[in-house]
Design a protein around this ligand. Sequence first.
Ligand SMILES: NC(=O)c1ccc[n+]([C@@H]2O[C@H](COP(=O)([O-])OP(=O)(O)OC[C@H]3O[C@@H](n4cnc5c(N)ncnc54)[C@H](O)[C@@H]3O)[C@@H](O)[C@H]2O)c1
Length: 470
Amino acid sequence: MSQITVIGTGYVGLVTGSCLSDFGHRIICVDNDEDKVRRLQNGEVPIYEPGLEAIVERNTYYNRLNFTTDTAEAVRSSEVIFIAVGTPPADDGSADLQYVEAVARDIGRAMDGYRVIVDKSTVPIGTGRRVQGWVREELDKRGVSFEFDVVSNPEFLREGNAIQDFTHPDRVVVGSDSERARDVMRQVYRVLYLNETPFIETNIETAEMIKYAANAFLALKITFINETANLCEKVGANVQDVARAMGRDGRISPKFLHAGPGYGGSCFPKDTRALAEIGRAAGARLHLIEQTVESNERQKKLTAAKVRTVLSAAGRKSGDAKAGTDSAANSSGGAQGPDAAGDLAGMTIAVLGLAFKPNTDDMRESPAITIMTELAAAGAHFRAYDPEAMEEAAWRLEHIKEHVAFTADEYEAMDGADAVLILTEWNQFRNLDLERVKKLLKAPYFFDLRNIYNRPMLEELGFIYTGVGV
Ligand SMILES: NC(=O)c1ccc[n+]([C@@H]2O[C@H](COP(=O)([O-])OP(=O)(O)OC[C@H]3O[C@@H](n4cnc5c(N)ncnc54)[C@H](O)[C@@H]3O)[C@@H](O)[C@H]2O)c1
């Protein structure tokens, strides 16, 4: 197979390009971000993803993996072209296709023979047909006619586990109307094909739908357990045990049944909103998904309100017997309760974890942003630490920068703080030296928003523990 081009060298494009080069293909990764391409050409991997750097280094060394800003040249040199640019949400929640369109048109302007154009970005159902139209329009403008096929090949990788997910996928979905293109795709994924990875071949629309349906279902599952956790808190049940018992049921599975502060990241929030919008536009509303979107937003706010309630009560404790309860968590909907803004003034909260999940530096739609913003509005200050996400946090939290100090490690964050808030379950936070934590904290408030500690154990050590539904 001749060279393969991947346009868009972000999370998905870089993982796709480097893993395909590891499968033995010659890959050219294109990006219009000159600085990113320069860094990659100099051997610097701009994102944190375990295992990625070694793969990039190895394949660059063997000249199987190259980086460029020259889209036209890359299009001319490859029969297969992946589109892996971003599809961020537009104002109405629908997916913004401007980057996909720009690339499709670039391809139409440059191609000089048969091409398989593979859409790897997550795109609304019907986008494959639109890509065909955009490419054809550009060919018509040039007065030329070349054959091409559009394929939908959605990506299911999880950040933090991307290499394993790409090289050992549960399935590869290939949506196309063309046997010729399907055959090319079998060559692209030959290594997986030989390993008997299930290949699901469908039409383009079905492949596009599969991606949204899968993500929406996972988001819904998380939301279900979050709401269940909120109820558990009210009725004295333990959501961890509920989830464990539910998960033993093979029809349910234990995955994505971990209660927490709400899902974030670059995919679930935008894909659920986009799918809800697609349903509305198509006249087949997805009420469950609309509710999921709403409930997740509420969960982040409820979490902030819960922390605020406990800490403002703690702040008043000496003079005011009005002890904290969790009730505001279910009624105030955020930092607008009866307490004036500023009831956390003078308090410093240690925040452990900022990324939307462990093993990534990605903070897109991280619950940390909403929760810290809400608490900052109540006057709280933060000493924050994340093993990888602090560079990104510096600009994502720019709007509350007067409230945030970053520290060199988790213990420095807790030194002299009034409470600790675990927001991301990095492994290094799972095994804290609790005696040391106790000594470092000014007050023993321990908010375990990922349920990685055991309440009785923490309480025995003298912590005032708050988990999620436990
Ligand atoms: N991040 C994930 O975990 C994940 C998983 C599965 C699917 N997806 C989907 O994959 C797509 C890409 O996501 P991502 O997280 O990799 O995005 P990203 O923002 O990390 O990367 C997109 C890249 O495309 C580049 N780009 C934009 N326009 C370009 C153009 N005209 N020419 C060349 N390069 C251009 C940008 O500079 C950027 O580097 C999205 O549709 C996303 O929903 C993401």
